[in-house]
Design a protein around this ligand. Structure first.
Ligand code: DC
Length: 222
């Protein structure tokens, strides 16, 4: 039987790092659904579209293809046949992804792709609405969270390590704006599923967060 695990939570809670490590330990594939929304956002930026313009963004979906491929166990995202896995990680792409993700047509455009991967693979899927909408029957649901300041500090350190020239206050402001957008949109807003386990990583190191999540999963799978 296929086993699906949902990990949802706000930006910068450590979902991708924690989910990736947990998937490796369990021998499952790791699916980062944010990458899909980021690819749609990057397409809008490339086309010079207003990322909040639902009509323009909906129209742009007719001409694009978004695919996920798993190469050597790691997820790669393709937009119109080319690999955009790096390009989707900029702060501009983060905000564009948050904007386009509030548009119903974008969510339905990406829905089947996510469902299809989960149907055929044991996976840990991370996002905002995995436990609530995409995989309501997931065997384990985790809501991974931390305070905005702690999350912004992690994001800031990550960007600095990549050599980006960023300002902490700006990173924090953008994160708070994205939290607001993601949790107040009408469709599939970010919220814990009723049957999820919340893990707050404020006082946990990365290693402790991974251990905590892996132990919640193992306990629930028993
Ligand atoms: O997880 P992330 O930061 O890469 O996600 C980028 C944006 O995509 C996020 O701000 C909201 C949106 N998103 C979503 O609406 N639903 C998901 N399942 C995953 C991401």
């Amino acid at each position: 039987m296929i086993i699906n695990i949902a990990i949802d939570g706000p930006a910068g809670a450590g979902k991708s790092t924690v989910a990736k490590a947990a998937a490796k330990e369990l021998g499952y594939i790791y699916v980062d659904t944010g990458a899909l929304y980021r690819a749609v956002g990057v397409n809008a930026l490339r086309e010079g579209l207003n990322t909040k313009d639902a009509q323009a963004i909906t129209g742009s979906l007719e001409k694009i293809t978004v695919e996920l491929k798993f190469e050597n166990g790691s997820q790669q995202v393709y937009l119109n046949g080319s690999n955009v896995s790096e390009e989707i990680r900029t702060p501009a792409a983060s905000m564009a992804a948050s904007d386009v993700s509030a548009i119903p047509a974008v969510r339905s455009f990406l829905f089947d792709l996510q469902r299809d991967i989960a149907k055929h693979n044991n996976c840990i899927m991370d996002g905002r609405d995995i436990g609530t909408v995409v995989l309501p029957d997931a065997r384990v649901k985790i809501f991974l969270t931390a305070s905005p300041e702690v999350r912004a500090k992690r994001r800031y350190d990550e960007l600095i390590a990549k050599g980006a020239d960023v300002d902490f206050k700006k990173v924090l402001e953008e994160l708070i704006e994205r939290d607001y957008n993601d949790s107040h949109r009408e469709i599939a807003p970010l919220k814990p599923a009723q049957d999820s386990v919340t893990v707050n990583t404020d006082d946990l190191s990365l290693e402790q967060s991974i251990n905590m999540v892996v132990s919640v999963i193992k306990e629930k799978l028993q």
